[in-house]
Design a protein around this ligand. Structure first.
Ligand SMILES: Nc1ncnc2c1ncn2[C@@H]1O[C@H](COP(=O)(O)OP(=O)(O)OP(=O)(O)O)[C@@H](O)[C@H]1O
Length: 346
């Protein structure tokens, strides 16, 4: 993986609420999130169902309107970009969604779909458009016969390759990948993840890679951001977060990650009895303290009453937990609010 060079996407203090019929008060899906993705960097956004990952990705794409906060892309504010500005932006900012079956128009050939996408962004003579489409299909591992075929002809993994080709045909700078391998078989997942990695190097791409599976995120990411109930719990270099998670929530996520050995998996399950990582309920707005306090095995009074500041931890990590140094037997450096944790970019 190539190293990041300079910031491309910058999200500051983003908060997004939805009206809730059930609670009467709004659901806060994203709560004061700061996140930076550098050029050529992959940031993995991880958290269980309902933690706000998709909402955050949709806000970057302009599909969901933020209540407060600021999003810049390539140095330009895009938080409230209008339709025309969004269309221009889509040349540089693309998306791959989870479901390869619903994301392609069944009535159009693959060649038509990709040519159309390319034509929106580049006015090229027809033969050149077709040649570019064929080259792109080859780059994602499909031969030129795919051009004239319809989506129904392809398997889930192949359709996801086509969706990736469509995202990359206009040579964007960044792709939001929203659970792009979750619907695929395990063996196909590995192939598609390898493809993402290979294409990143070839096109100097940045990815915001959204997934609930920490192992998947770790494979691709330079850095990992852990969300819970809309808040960033921890972020840092991918290996550090995975090997030595500091926040009790990240520790639970790592412990819950599937392991290939059934005996080891059974042992883990027994160890975390009563400490489930099952789907979070819709986040109600405004719990005063740590949103994880009701499930945390290390909880003390302050966790219920005071929001933990995002603090600097060792190895370029940041963690929002009152007790992270104590429960990990580490000496805390000077604890201070760190409003906008930024990518370590050269
Ligand atoms: N359009 C909407 N209207 C109301 N509530 C919404 C809407 N979209 C999302 N939510 C709520 O916002 C919260 C975050 O949802 P979101 O889909 O972003 O989470 P997620 O981490 O992507 O979950 P998953 O992995 O299941 O997709 C959830 O409580 C969800 O119910």
């Amino acid at each position: 993986m190539s190293e990041p060079t300079h910031p491309l996407l910058d999200i500051q203090n983003l908060t997004i609420e939805f009206p809730s019929e059930r609670h009467g008060t709004p659901v806060r899906a994203v709560d004061d999130v700061n996140l930076v993705v550098g050029a050529g960097e992959t940031v993995g956004l991880v958290g269980e169902s309902g933690s706000g990952k998709t909402t955050l990705g949709r806000a970057v794409l302009g599909l969901t309107r933020p209540d407060t906060g600021r999003i810049t892309f390539g140095g330009k504010a895009i938080t409230h970009a209008n339709t025309k500005q969004r269309r221009a932006l889509s040349r540089y900012l693309q998306v791959v969604f989870q479901d390869p079956y619903s994301s392609l128009n069944p009535a159009r050939t693959i060649g038509q779909t990709l040519s159309e996408t390319l034509r929106v962004h580049r006015k090229l003579p027809r033969p050149e458009t077709e040649e570019r489409v064929v080259r792109m299909l080859e780059k994602v591992g499909l031969d030129r016969s795919a051009f004239a075929r319809y989506p129904a002809h392809f398997s889930g993994g192949q359709r996801q390759r086509i969706a990736i080709a469509r995202a990359l045909i206009a040579e964007p700078k960044m792709v939001i990948c929203d659970e792009p391998v979750s619907a695929l078989d395990l063996s196909v997942q590995a192939q598609v993840l390898n493809l993402f990695r290979h294409l990143q190097d070839e096109f100097s791409l940045s990815y915001l890679f959204i997934a609930h599976d920490l192992a998947v995120v770790r494979f691709l990411s330079h850095r990992i951001v852990v969300l819970y109930r809309g808040r960033v719990m921890e972020q840092g270099p991918a290996d550090t977060v995975y090997r030595r998670p500091l926040h009790p929530y990240t520790q639970a996520l790592v412990a819950a990650a599937p392991v290939p050995d059934p005996e080891a998996q059974k042992k883990r399950r027994e160890e975390r009895r009563g400490f489930t990582t099952a789907s979070a309920a819709a986040p109600a707005s405004g719990p005063a303290g740590c949103p994880f306090s009701s499930r945390c095995p290390h909880v003390v009074d302050i966790c219920h009453t005071t929001r933990p500041p995002m603090t600097i931890a060792p190895d370029d990590s940041f963690v929002a937990c009152h007790r992270w140094s104590e429960i990990n037997n580490l000496t805390a450096p000077v604890t201070r609010e760190f409003a906008t944790p930024r990518a370590e970019v050269a």
